[in-house]
Design a protein. Structure first.
Length: 238
């Protein structure tokens, strides 16, 4: 049984966890938003002569991509909630019908954190007096599950979808102001790779990895994707 104590009742820790969820969503949405429309625009730049086609296709992709990514975030959040409540229902069943086993598992937890046998008995007896408190305890410390935010699925969908749109506007924006797709691509490459570098830098700083290598990796991924799309478009054009 996992006996690791989590001090999640601390309000600072709760805020940290919520911020981490939002940050993860933004990273997911922004990363794909910068990369996928960039590759699409690069590919089309090698195949068409009109920037309007690139703009229209790019906007359509950003719209579809943001909806798809947001829906994915929503479904992920709902799955997390469904899993939690399914396990909670099972814990209530076990507390009601397999009480002795649950009492032993609770004692094992207290033994694992170093309580004496007498204190194990007393703590187990105390916590088992309140069924809801006991189930919440077992959910957290036996199964390692935190009660999900009921609004998490909706928040995740919005965070990812909006981040995708913001990221997608970056590689498409130069094509609004030029007539030549190649000219637009040149500007888009500079702007998007710079944004990918900055995005990778801050992402790496937050996640604790080397900021320079992380920034270059993110930028390289975008460059490779765009280069491959442009090269394939040119190949089929021939």
């Amino acid at each position: 049984m996992d006996t690791h104590l989590h001090h999640d009742r601390n309000p600072h820790q709760e805020q940290h966890l919520k911020s981490s969820d939002a940050l993860r969503d933004i990273v997911i949405g922004m990363s794909d938003g910068l990369t996928v429309p960039f590759a699409l625009a690069a590919g089309l730049s090698g195949a068409v002569d009109s920037t309007s086609i690139i703009v229209i296709a790019g906007i359509a992709e950003v719209a579809a991509g943001s909806i798809a990514m947001g829906l994915g975030g929503y479904l992920s959040g709902k799955t997390e909630q469904d899993h939690y409540y399914s396990e909670e229902k099972r814990e209530y069943y076990e507390v009601d019908n397999l009480r002795e086993r649950e009492l032993e598992e609770t004692k094992e937890f207290f033994a694992g954190i170093g309580l004496s046998p007498a204190l194990q008995e007393k703590a187990t007896e105390e916590i088992s007096q309140d069924k809801k408190q006991w189930v919440d305890f077992m959910m957290k410390y036996e199964l390692g599950l935190e009660k999900p935010d009921p609004k998490r699925a909706t928040k995740s969908a919005l965070n990812i979808g909006i981040s995708y749109i913001v990221g997608g506007i970056v590689p498409l924006s130069p094509y609004f102001f030029v007539d030549s797709p190649i000219e637009g691509l040149k500007i888009s490459v500079i702007v998007t790779l710079l944004c990918l570098f900055v995005f990778g830098f801050f992402k790496s700083k937050i996640t604790g990895v080397n900021v320079w290598s992380g920034a270059f990796k993110v930028m390289l991924i975008g460059a490779v994707a765009a280069g491959a799309a442009f090269g394939i478009a040119k190949l089929f054009e021939m």
